[in-house]
Design a protein around this ligand. Structure first.
Ligand code: GLU
Length: 453
């Protein structure tokens, strides 16, 4: 294809950009870029009653976040009213449009069938008797979508119109208008609906929420973009599911977009997000997770353990955070889950004494187990207080204790881990103690001992 390929994304600023809108923008962007063409942003703001404050800004900002840079625009329809009036007058003069109670209507032929080819759906035929004369210019002087989009597509030399399939049934109108103006048709590609798990149109409650909300919920932008790309498209010859924007530009194929509705599966997004979380370095994750940590007030960095030595800039705090986050990175699905998982590093855990109990241990046994742990912790030298060494010493001790008895490692390690975290599930005690440091670890074990009556 030659480099004059031009596509556009033409949202109405009636609210924040939704998942469906992001997909339309993405496909238009990919198609333009893979053909060396241009991607244009047009704001369809002619329905004055439905304009939403901040919507245009949100749309532009969201495109920027996802790297879908437009080459031209934003072109605002509200700034082109003269142009629509002129085109309307032209049609009235030609006799294909007429004033009707202050508005102007286009005369729609009702005979025969309109035939056209859609890049995704193939040959389509629609009977013209399904159509009626339709308003092109309203009494308030604003054009309708039906006229405005088509005049703009023509004036900006759009070659491919890629949009939602709710516009298919109106294609006879658009084709008739093109004929009346004597204009060539662009090519059309109508994208499938996005459906929820029950195959119903995606509702506001499910995924038809602002793309921003996904970022707020702790999804990474790479994951959201990748997920959206696969709503209706996947490569025809491979099972590959993880794509960067660059890879999408190379591999996306408009003609491979499916006709059937695309299912919005939030579990898949969760999985994908986890994959992208694992690609980050702990340092990057700290930066990305910071808004969530701040919201949960987990950024007051506690005194770093002594072995951190204060760090070069006297802080040591960010590497402390990196270590904590690295612990959760292998299992994390969403950044928003992080504060709840790691808060015990920042404040003394709250829990009932029952949490310390492994299987059928008696209070006396729990107390003894914790005292053993405390003794081991106190016996270690500062320089030996690291994960490997802790693991070695504790496992040795646990082995000796359980040898020949009915007991098991859990009798030593469960009360210890529970004392450190106050919870049933967490990473292992050795990693945790290395991060908490010797003093804090001992304090927590002592607090646990004191809980047992
Ligand atoms: N303003 C229309 C919408 O938001 C755009 C449709 C089109 O791309 O032509 O649905």
């Amino acid at each position: 294809m030659s480099n004059k390929t031009r596509t556009r994304f033409a949202p109405s600023p009636t609210g924040f950009l939704h998942v469906g809108g992001l997909r339309t923008a993405l496909y238009n962007y990919l198609f333009a870029k893979q053909n060396g063409g241009q991607f244009i942003l047009r704001i369809e703001d002619t329905d004055r009653a439905r304009l939403a404050e901040g919507a245009e800004k949100n749309i532009i900002e969201t495109l920027r976040i996802f790297g879908l840079d437009f080459d031209e625009g934003p072109i605002r329809q509200s700034e082109r009213l003269e142009r629509y009036k002129e085109r309307t007058e032209e049609l009235v003069k030609k006799g294909t449009a007429y004033p009707d109670a202050g508005a102007v209507r286009f005369k729609m032929g009702k005979d025969g069938v309109t035939e056209f080819t859609d890049i995704i759906r193939g040959e389509i035929q629609i009977e013209n008797k399904t159509q009626e004369d339709f308003v092109i210019l309203k009494s308030d002087g604003y054009p309708t979508y039906n006229l405005a989009h088509l005049v703009d597509d023509h004036d900006t030399a759009i070659t491919h119109v890629i949009r939602g399939d709710e516009f298919i049934s109106s294609m006879p109108k658009y084709i008739a208008l093109h004929k009346a103006f004597g204009w060539e048709l662009p090519q059309y590609a109508h994208l499938p609906l996005i459906l929820d798990k029950n195959r119903a149109k995606l509702s506001k409650r499910e995924g038809e929420v602002a793309v921003y909300d996904f970022l707020d919920k702790g999804y990474l932008k790479e994951a959201v973009l990748n997920f959206v790309a696969l709503l209706g498209w996947h490569p025809s010859k491979s099972d590959k599911e993880l794509f960067t924007l660059e890879e999408l530009i190379k591999e996306f194929k408009l003609e491979d977009v499916q006709k059937a509705g695309a299912i919005f599966d939030i579990q898949k997004l969760d999985w994908m997000n986890g994959e992208y979380i694992r690609k980050k370095t702990p340092k990057e994750l700290v930066r990305l997770a910071m808004p969530f940590l701040e919201k949960a007030r987990l950024t007051l960095i506690p005194t770093p353990p002594p072995y951190e030595g204060g760090g070069e800039r006297g802080g040591g705090g960010s590497s402390f955070l990196e270590k904590i986050i690295a612990l959760e990175q292998p299992r994390l699905k969403k950044l928003s889950e992080l504060p709840e998982k790691i808060d015990y590093f920042f404040k003394e855990p709250e829990y009932d004494a029952g949490m310390l109990k492994w299987k059928k241990m008696t209070n006396n046994e729990i107390k003894k187990s914790l005292e053993t742990s405390k003794n081991i912790l106190e016996s270690l030298k500062d320089k030996d207080f690291n994960k490997e060494n802790l693991e070695k010493v504790f496992l040795e001790k646990a082995g000796n204790l359980s040898a020949g008895k009915a007991g098991d490692r859990g009798e030593l390690l469960w009360p210890l881990r529970a004392a450190l975290t106050g919870r049933k599930a967490s990473p292992g005690p050795f990693e945790i103690m290395e991060i908490l440091g010797q003093k804090k670890s001992i304090t927590r074990v002592q607090i646990a001992i004191d809980k047992i009556i």
